[in-house]
Design a protein around this ligand. Structure first.
Ligand code: 13P
Length: 271
C-alpha cells in the first residue's frame, strides 16, 4: 500500500504575517487531524507537505520542525551555483531543512520557461533539475500535464509519455522510486474544473504502466498525485481511485479548514 501524500502549493500567495499564522494554524489543525486519524483506527497514515514561497522557508523551518509535516520549495535551479540571478540552488534549499521540491510546474513552464524553448528542451531542463534535487537529498515532485489544446486534440498520453521517457532515459527507471509524480492537467489548475476521478485514474494508470514496462517494482511503489481544482468536496472521490496516491493542492491549501478536510480524505483512503 502506497502512503498517500497531500502537498499544499501556496504559489505566490501569503504576506509575511499571514504566512506565519497559516503555518501555525496548519500545525494546530494537524494535531486534530492526527486524533481523527487515530479514531479511524488505522495503522497507516498520510504525509503532508507545504510549499510556501521561498522567502518564508525560515518560518516554515521554525514552525514545522518536529511536527511531522514536511516542507519544500516550488522550484529549484538546474545548476549547482554561479551567475544565475534569481535562482535558488538545491544546496540552499537543503539548508532550510526542506525534503521536497516541485519541479516542472506548468505555471513555470508557461509563464517563464517557454521563452524561445520548445517542450522537448523544457523536458530536459526538468530532468536536470531532477538530477540536482536528488543529489541534495530532496525528493522531487515532478509535475506533468496537458494543456487544454492538448486535451482537446486527444494528446494527453503523448504529452505525458514524452516527459516520462526523458526522465527514464536520464537516470534509469529505478531512480524514479525516489521521486513523486504529479499529474496536473493545465486546464484544471485554478479553474474550478477538476478532472473527473475516472479521468485521473485512467491517466495515472497510463503513467504507472509506462514505467512498469521498464521496472515493475518502481511503478508499483511510486506515488502519483493528482492536482487541479481539488477541494474538500471532491477530494475523497478522486483519492479513492486506486492509482491516485493523494493530491497537489493549490488554492484550497490556503484555507486551513479546507486543506485539513482534504488531508482527512487522504487518511480515509489509507484506512
Ligand atoms: P489549484 O488547486 O488551485 O487548481 O492548483 C493546483 C496546482 O497548480 C497545484 O500545484
Amino acid at each position: 500500500m502506497r502512503k498517500p501524500l497531500v502537498a499544499g502549493n501556496w504559489k505566490m500567495n501569503s504576506p509575511t504575517e499571514s504566512s506565519t499564522i497559516l503555518l501555525e494554524n496548519i500545525l494546530h489543525h494537524t494535531d486534530q487531524l492526527k486524533k481523527m486519524i487515530k479514531d479511524l483506527n488505522t495503522s497507516s497514515a498520510i504525509d503532508i507537505a507545504i510549499f510556501p514561497p521561498a522567502v518564508y522557508l525560515r518560518e516554515a523551518q521554525e514552525i514545522l520542525t518536529g511536527s511531522g509535516i514536511h516542507w519544500g520549495t516550488q522550484n529549484v535551479s538546474a545548476f549547482d551555483e554561479g551567475p544565475y540571478t534569481g535562482e535558488i540552488s538545491a544546496a540552499m534549499i537543503e539548508g532550510f531543512g526542506c525534503e521536497y521540491v516541485l519541479i516542472g510546474h506548468s505555471e513555470r513552464r508557461c509563464l517563464y520557461e517557454t521563452l524561445e524553448l520548445d517542450q522537448t528542451v523544457l523536458d530536459k531542463i526538468v530532468a536536470q533539475k531532477y538530477e540536482m534535487a536528488t543529489r541534495h537529498n530532496l525528493t522531487p515532485i515532478i509535475c506533468i500535464g496537458e494543456t487544454a489544446d492538448d486535451y482537446e486534440a486527444n494528446k494527453t498520453e503523448e504529452v505525458i509519455a514524452r516527459l516520462l521517457d526523458v526522465l527514464i532515459a536520464h537516470k534509469g527507471p529505478k531512480a524514479l522510486s525516489e521521486t513523486v509524480l504529479a499529474y496536473e492537467p493545465v486546464w484544471a489548475i485554478g479553474t474550478g474544473k477538476s478532472a473527473t476521478p475516472e479521468w485521473a485514474q485512467d491517466v495515472h494508470s497510463f503513467m504507472r504502466e509506462r514505467i512498469a514496462k521498464h521496472d515493475k517494482a518502481t511503478a508499483e511503489s511510486l506515488q502519483i498525485l493528482y492536482g487541479g481544482s481539488v477541494k474538500a468536496d471532491n477530494a475523497a472521490a478522486i483519492f479513492a481511485k486506486p492509482d491516485v496516491d493523494g493530491g497537489l493542492i493549490g488554492g484550497a491549501s490556503l484555507d486551513v479548514e479546507e486543506f485539513i478536510h482534504i488531508c482527512f480524505a487522504a487518511a480515509l483512503k489509507a484506512s
